[in-house]
Design a protein around this ligand. Sequence first.
Ligand SMILES: NC(=O)c1ccc[n+]([C@@H]2O[C@H](COP(=O)([O-])OP(=O)(O)OC[C@H]3O[C@@H](n4cnc5c(N)ncnc54)[C@H](O)[C@@H]3O)[C@@H](O)[C@H]2O)c1
Ligand SMILES: NC(=O)c1ccc[n+]([C@@H]2O[C@H](COP(=O)([O-])OP(=O)(O)OC[C@H]3O[C@@H](n4cnc5c(N)ncnc54)[C@H](O)[C@@H]3O)[C@@H](O)[C@H]2O)c1
Lengths: 206, 206
Amino acid sequence: SESKSCIFRLFRYRRCLRDLKELGYVKVFSDNLGEASGVTAAQVRKDFSLFGITGNKKGGYIIDALIDKLNYILGKDEVQKVILVGTGNLGSALLRYKGFDKEDIQVSAAFDADPAKQMKSGVLQVYPVKDILDYVKTNRIRVAILAVPSVVAQESAEMLIAAGIRGILNFAPVTLKVPEKVIVNNINLAIELENVIYHVSVREKN
Amino acid sequence: SESKSCIFRLFRYRRCLRDLKELGYVKVFSDNLGEASGVTAAQVRKDFSLFGITGNKKGGYIIDALIDKLNYILGKDEVQKVILVGTGNLGSALLRYKGFDKEDIQVSAAFDADPAKQMKSGVLQVYPVKDILDYVKTNRIRVAILAVPSVVAQESAEMLIAAGIRGILNFAPVTLKVPEKVIVNNINLAIELENVIYHVSVREKN
Ligand SMILES: NC(=O)c1ccc[n+]([C@@H]2O[C@H](COP(=O)([O-])OP(=O)(O)OC[C@H]3O[C@@H](n4cnc5c(N)ncnc54)[C@H](O)[C@@H]3O)[C@@H](O)[C@H]2O)c1
Ligand SMILES: NC(=O)c1ccc[n+]([C@@H]2O[C@H](COP(=O)([O-])OP(=O)(O)OC[C@H]3O[C@@H](n4cnc5c(N)ncnc54)[C@H](O)[C@@H]3O)[C@@H](O)[C@H]2O)c1
């Protein structure tokens, strides 16, 4: 939809503005911001006007003010907390990933069914699954990363939704059946790799 | 494009057919296959006719024959070999992932710049970066998974391309500049998570 792709661009503008700020820039024009984020200057101005963001023609936009406005619109004005369920090979790598912090996202707690995993892992204590309900309710967590084996992914998702989770980043290569009100983003790395292999082979053949 | 989404569907039909075969099915009609893969029966028949796949109206399609045809069309009739560069937190999880084997994709060799990592890791020996050139040329590898830090991702990609790699599954959150002939599929897990968080928060507000 139109609004979804606009939001997607606002996230991209925010990342580009943060990079420009890191490089020492204080102001930016819509054509530089467009170039940095891969769209036309007109698209930038159109997106900004949809959200009431104005700059002045001669001076451009002030980067700090833009970042603040975008943070407010995108809900990035506070650290966003999520939980991680499953701290095996993939889960433990995600637990150590600094890229989430950079986007002001914090994995605030981790859970695993295996007692041997319920110990301090790097930065966080890993809790038993039975603690998920209390933790999600008390801390009003809405989003979870699911890194459990396929055979338990559906039941794990149901338990999370019952606790109050409304968004899941799912790594198990299964289709989760969830109510309309829940958002699931499936990451299937085998399919992503398969696609690259296919498009390379097609190019080779032609 | 039309043909890209058709190919995407063919991969999906193949996965569904493999699941149906595992459940003991021998034949399938276009409406069951459509239902299993989330499209209409007419779409299935249209996609198949584009690739010269025919079934008989009364008896449907024979699952084994369909899988063989799709394997041939999609280049899945042999194991597809890729290499992995960077065996840190994420790379080592990917090295142990059984989901690639299930899609007949094999990570046949792994490489890392850190001498401490150049030892046997689970299933494979991890080689030094200087061995990439020989290995890619000798084994005619075309696709690589890139799981190195952002600061070395561009230079690592350039070295891979010089060796003969034409497709990269990139996990570093940077935009790789590569020649037109190279396909890059970027996976940015922080952005994927950020999107889930945003869409959940929008639903809460409304
Ligand atoms: N390893 C990878 O690189 C990779 C890549 C892509 C997708 N995946 C997918 O991600 C998921 C996790 O993969 P992995 O390689 O980390 O597997 P893993 O077996 O190493 O880890 C799974 C973890 O989940 C825990 N667990 C099992 N049942 C649970 C439950 N009911 N509640 C909470 N925790 C539970 C296990 O104790 C284990 O620690 C799988 O679905 C896999 O297909 C993994
Ligand atoms: N850990 C995660 O869950 C995760 C999630 C998403 C994205 N990523 C991205 O994936 C990449 C890898 O992340 P990580 O957490 O595994 O980092 P890491 O630091 O644990 O691993 C990086 C590995 O790359 C090796 N390396 C460094 N320079 C190299 C070079 N020139 N050639 C080959 N190997 C080299 C290092 O020795 C190390 O083993 C990063 O770009 C990161 O942003 C990681």
